[in-house]
Design a protein around this ligand. Structure first.
Ligand code: BYC
Length: 331
């Protein structure tokens, strides 16, 4: 279906007949599943869409450290502390792989960070919600990383080589994250009454924000049609959301917790679960910067960027000194 289409900025992809020879050859490569590499010709909008998506993904990994980092000192045991510390460190690493993938498209990490701090770029809506109790650490690993895995596994087959390869490594680490989250939830859900209540509260609060991670419904998604045509996305937002619900409902039942949405019901005809829509006005409000945690998250990112300036300056000065010494030795 999409091989007939090409570029647009959110609207309908262009038909093959309207493409230039270069654009047709590019689309043909994508349709034949040949990876696009940094030195290959690509349409400007393909490059811009990738920078937007990879950059937003990188920012999400880095900002995503904040709600969990908040719990490292309060983890209930030394083992849980060590596991959480390792997970949060992994997220920093994911950010670095993704910034490096974005850099191959001709943008610098500094530019991307400046765009984030100036409000020109986004990060995932989910990280604007607070983590209020220890069960939230379980729910974040199980549900948030679980949703991220569903989104990212197909992205290992995305058309841009450096992005696809970054995803392979990230997905391996994410599956450990989801398992450690589910393990926390098992302990809490099968623990004392108070622990079970905390587990239920975490699922109730995070359920709809997690459904929003997959983006607006397909009818309101501006980028999906073109991103599918270019294989920057492999599935639509609604397809992934449905997969998530179908995978997660039996896990909630296994934990013995109540379903967080009375609208969840098995549908024999579709062979899938029906479920209620999130409140989309809340989603659009959060991505505009008005969620419960947006101000604090951006304050923390700005402080980290400003406080780290001397380190970046020092590293650059050192690199320049080394390069000059090497050149002198070669002369
Ligand atoms: N949050 O046309 P649409 C993690 C924006 S990290 C904020 O459907 P697209 C983890 C969208 O950008 C997980 N904004 O867009 C880390 C667009 O606005 P702009 C991060 C969102 O790009 C640490 C507008 O809404 N994963 O899991 O085709 C610890 C219209 O949307 C969101 C990724 O980034 C959102 N949820 O589809 C633990 C995966 N959704 O840019 C865990 C890669 C939509 O035109 N990204 N918007 O101003 C993607 O797959 C896609 O970008 C999305 C959105 C599915 C997210």
């Amino acid at each position: 279906m999409y091989s007939q289409m090409e570029k647009t900025e959110g609207g309908d992809p262009k038909l093959q007949a309207d493409m230039t020879d270069k654009e047709r050859a590019f689309q043909d490569k994508i349709d034949r599943n040949i990876k696009i590499e940094p030195r290959d010709w690509m349409p400007d909008n393909y490059r811009a869409t990738l920078i937007r998506q990879i950059g937003q993904h990188a920012h999400s990994e880095v900002v995503g450290q904040l709600p969990e980092g908040n719990w490292i000192t309060r983890a209930p045991t030394l083992e849980r502390k060590a596991i959480l510390l390792a997970k949060v460190q992994d997220e920093a690493g994911h950010g670095l792989y993704l910034y490096a993938a974005a850099e191959t498209l001709g943008v610098t990490r500094d530019q991307l960070t400046e765009d984030l701090l100036a409000g020109r770029m986004k990060y995932s809506s989910i990280f604007n919600y607070p983590t209020l109790n220890w069960a939230d650490m379980g729910a974040v690993g199980w549900l948030v990383d679980g949703a991220a895995i569903l989104n990212q596994v197909p992205l290992q087959r995305t058309s841009y080589g450096p992005y696809a390869r970054a995803m392979v490594r990230i997905c391996k680490e994410e599956s450990f994250h989801a398992r450690q989250g589910f393990h926390i939830m098992m302990k809490m859900a099968k623990g004392s009454d108070a622990q079970r209540k905390m587990a239920q509260d975490a699922v109730n609060r995070l359920w709809f924000p997690v459904l929003m991670m997959f983006g607006p419904s397909d009818k309101d998604s501006v980028h999906t049609a073109q991103s599918l045509a270019w294989r920057i996305k492999i599935d639509t937002n609604d397809q992934l959301r449905q997969k998530f619900v179908d995978q997660t409902v039996p896990q909630i039942e296994y934990l013995g917790l109540d379903l967080p949405d009375p609208g969840i019901k098995w549908n024999d005809e579709t062979g899938q679960y029906d479920f209620s829509d999130p409140d989309w006005s809340e989603f659009f409000n959060v991505i505009k910067g008005n969620g419960p945690g947006n101000v604090d998250r951006m304050k923390a990112r700005r402080a980290a960027w400003d406080d780290g300036a001397w380190v970046r300056d020092g590293l650059l000065a050192h690199a320049r000194k080394k390069a000059a010494a090497k050149q002198l030795a070669a002369e």
